[in-house]
Each structure stands twice: as structure tokens, then as C-alpha cells.
Design a protein around this ligand. Structure first.
Ligand code: FNR
Length: 377
């Protein structure tokens, strides 16, 4: 097990990851869109949330166990879906799926991850959630959902905040292309990051493997073209209703930032609303995600389950989102920084670090239960 005192914060993992993985992987993980200011805005928004401790409450033994959609998780957080995951660290999905199973927290597999539901289903046990980038064609949609279900993924996140591909200028500037172009710069980067390169050579260059089933040539360029043509378009509520009808399990819309869209999500029969701005990777002009949470909670509180992501970097951040009214939190980049920094130990390290930080801060706040955290805002 990696040493918690050596890397007690996500920021330290980020520093180490910066030395371990090529620039193109760093840029892809870190970037937002445009000048990237939205990424920092999410973090700054959380920084502005302050909590007030209560004292003289006797001994505090924090209880983190959380019921969600009829299942018990060991803590109120899980791992957000990340696409092209193997670029940051080969087989990152397997590492994170194992962490999820070991820690009893959910792992969300992206439609455009670099490992398939068939592979990850074996590793994730009962902790698998699946994220759908909704395909235009129903046959494709239904087949992807069937594969997820057949491989034990029980909770569905439908991502609704990608009406059009975002440009991610800093990622393009760093040279990201699919398939990767083997330029002199790429070779120099590969030689400068030997651990990443060896792991990549073992697994092969990252590929959107879930989607490769639908592209007979199996060629990375063809898969990327197929994804561009078939996934991610301007959805309608009617489409969401159809998915609701065919997915027999908990279903959450991911990427809601407007109170009226949140109300509609509830009205349409979804089980939860994931308030998120995609870690500021789609639209650079929005609010800090935590400000969207503040706005939406009063409108839907008590009517549905509220999930939150975008900007969470610590257990304290998790508690801040809970104080405002979230029931469950996801972390994206934090887990990937961990894996990029520490390889196979990275997922466990981040889970331990976040749990430890939640417990410590609950004790500082005088909260035994997560419900009490609602009263320290
Ligand atoms: C993402 N996110 C994302 N979301 C999704 O629904 N499907 C996906 O494939 C991806 N891919 C992806 C790749 C990378 C590199 C990042 C950083 C993010 C968004 C993700 O699920 C989550 O909403 C954000 O990561 C949350 O913000 P933080 O925790 O990274 O600040």
C-alpha cells in the first residue's frame, strides 16, 4: 500500500503524475475547454463554501456508510466515468474497478473507456455503474445497454451535456489525436516516460474497445469516426423517456445544471439527478458546478436523489457538497491523478485518502452522521 503521509493530497499526486506521464496525457486529463478557466472555477467555487464546527458533542465515531438506490456503499462517493482512460495509464479502468470492489464504492465505466463492460464486469463485482453517451441508432443503444446489464452494471448514468463535441484546445495543442500520430515529439515523450511507455506497449495503444465491436475493421481511426457519427448529439426528452422505459434499474441523468431540467428529470421518472458540468470540459462559460448545486437543491430536495461532481479534490470537498444537499458525490480527475502517479496502487490510495479526510473532517465538525453534515453549513 502506498504511503498516505507521502501523498496526503490530490495535488501531490498531480505533481508526481506530471513527471510520470507524457504531456499529451496530462493535457487530456487536465484540460477543460477554451482557455480552461472553468476547471479552476469549479475548484474556487468549492473553496468559497465554508462550514462551521460544533463542539462538546462527546466522542465522535463518523459513519460513512450510505444507502443509494437500495444498495449500501461504504462511503458517500464513487468514481466518475472517464473516457480514453488508458491514455492516462494503461488499464486504468481495471485498477479503478478493483479499487471499487475492494472499498465497496461505485466505479462508472464510460461508453468511450478503453476497456469493455465484458472485461471490467469481472473486476468490479457489484460496484459497476455504466455511463451512456446516447447513440443515435436504437439498435446500437440497446446493444450497449444489454452488454452493460449482462455484465453486472446495475446503475445507469445517461450523460446529457454533450450536445456537440467540445474543442478542448489545450489538448489539441499538446498533440492529442486518435489514432496517436507517431511523431518525433511523441517518441521523445515516450522515451522520457519509460514506466508509462512499458505499460502502454504491454497493453497496446489506447483504443475505444467497447465501441470496436461495431466497427468491423477494428481500426482506431474508423472507431473514432464511428463514435463521432453515432454518439453525442442534441438529445430530446422523448429520447430520455425511451431509455427510461428500457433500462430496468436505477437511472440518473448526468450533467444537469438548470433547475428546470432537474425538475423535468424527476418528472420523467429518473431515479436521480447528477449535477455536474463535466469537469468544465464542455462549456467554459458556466457557473462553478457547486453553485448549480446550491441553486438546484431547493427545487428538487426530497423529490429525488441528488448526485454531484466537478471540482472535488478532497474528502472535505465531499462534505461541502453534502452540506449543500448532495446525497452522493463522484470524483473524476482525482482518481486518475492517483493512477497516473502510483499506477496499480493509485486507486486504493485515492479512496483511502478521501475516506480518511472525510472521517477527519467529520470529527472536526462534530458530525457522527452524514445527515448532521447538513447542519454545519
Ligand atoms: C471526463 N468526463 C466524462 N464524463 C462522461 O460522462 N463520460 C466520459 O467519457 C467522460 N470522460 C472524461 C474524461 C476526462 C479525462 C475527464 C477529466 C472527465 C467527466 C467526468 O465524468 C466528471 O463529470 C468530471 O471528471 C468531474 O470533474 P472532476 O472531478 O474531474 O473535477
Amino acid at each position: 500500500m502506498s504511503n498516505l503521509s507521502q501523498f496526503p493530497l490530490v495535488q501531490y499526486l498531480e505533481e508526481k503524475a506530471r513527471r510520470r506521464i507524457p504531456n499529451v496525457a496530462l493535457a487530456y486529463l487536465n484540460c477543460g475547454t477554451g482557455d480552461d478557466r472553468g476547471v479552476q472555477r469549479n475548484i474556487d467555487g468549492l473553496e468559497k463554501v465554508n462550514l462551521t464546527p460544533r463542539f462538546m458533542k462527546g466522542e465522535i465515531v463518523p459513519e460513512l456508510r450510505t444507502m443509494l438506490f437500495g444498495r449500501e456503499y461504504a462511503a458517500p462517493f464513487g468514481i466518475a466515468p472517464i473516457g480514453l482512460t488508458g491514455l492516462m495509464w494503461p488499464q486504468a479502468e481495471i485498477i479503478l474497478a478493483k479499487t471499487a470492489k475492494k472499498f465497496n464504492i461505485p466505479f462508472s465505466l464510460s461508453t468511450v473507456a478503453t476497456e469493455t463492460p465484458e472485461t471490467i464486469g469481472h473486476h468490479v463485482g457489484k460496484m459497476g455503474w455504466f455511463q451512456l453517451y446516447p447513440p443515435r441508432k436504437k439498435e446500437l443503444r440497446d446493444d450497449i445497454l444489454k452488454r452493460a446489464k449482462d455484465n453486472g452494471f446495475h446503475t445507469l448514468l445517461v450523460t446529457v451535456d454533450v450536445p456537440y463535441p467540445s474543442r478542448r484546445e489545450n489538448s489539441v495543442k499538446a498533440g492529442l489525436s486518435m489514432p496517436p500520430k507517431i511523431t518525433g515529439k511523441f517518441i521523445y515523450e515516450a522515451l522520457s516516460h519509460p514506466a508509462w511507455t512499458v505499460a502502454t506497449l504491454k497493453r497496446g495503444l489506447p483504443k475505444l474497445r467497447t465501441m470496436s465491436k461495431y466497427v468491423p475493421s477494428g481500426d482506431t481511426g474508423d472507431i473514432v469516426k464511428f463514435v463521432g457519427e453515432n454518439l453525442g448529439f442534441n438529445l430530446s426528452w422523448d429520447y430520455i423517456k425511451e431509455v427510461r422505459d428500457i433500462w430496468h434499474g436505477p437511472m440518473v441523468l448526468k450533467g444537469i445544471v438548470h433547475p428546470e431540467d432537474a425538475e423535468k428529470t424527476v418528472a420523467i421518472g429518473c431515479d436521480g439527478v447528477l449535477i455536474s458540468n463535466h469537469g468544465a470540459r464542455q462549456f467554459n462559460g458556466g457557473k462553478a458546478a457547486i453553485d448549480s448545486l446550491k441553486e438546484i437543491v431547493p427545487v428538487i430536495k426530497g423529490k429525488t436523489t441528488i448526485l454531484f461532481d466537478s471540482g472535488i479534490r478532497s474528502g472535505l470537498d465531499v462534505l461541502k457538497a453534502i452540506a449543500i444537499g448532495a446525497d452522493f458525490i463522484l470524483l473524476g480527475r482525482s482518481f486518475l491523478w492517483g493512477v497516473a502517479a502510483l499506477g496499480s496502487q493509485g486507486g486504493d490510495h485515492v479512496a483511502t485518502m478521501i475516506i480518511d479526510d472525510i472521517k477527519n473532517n467529520m470529527m472536526q465538525l462534530g458530525c457522527t452522521s452524514l445527515l448532521e453534515v447538513r447542519h454545519v453549513l
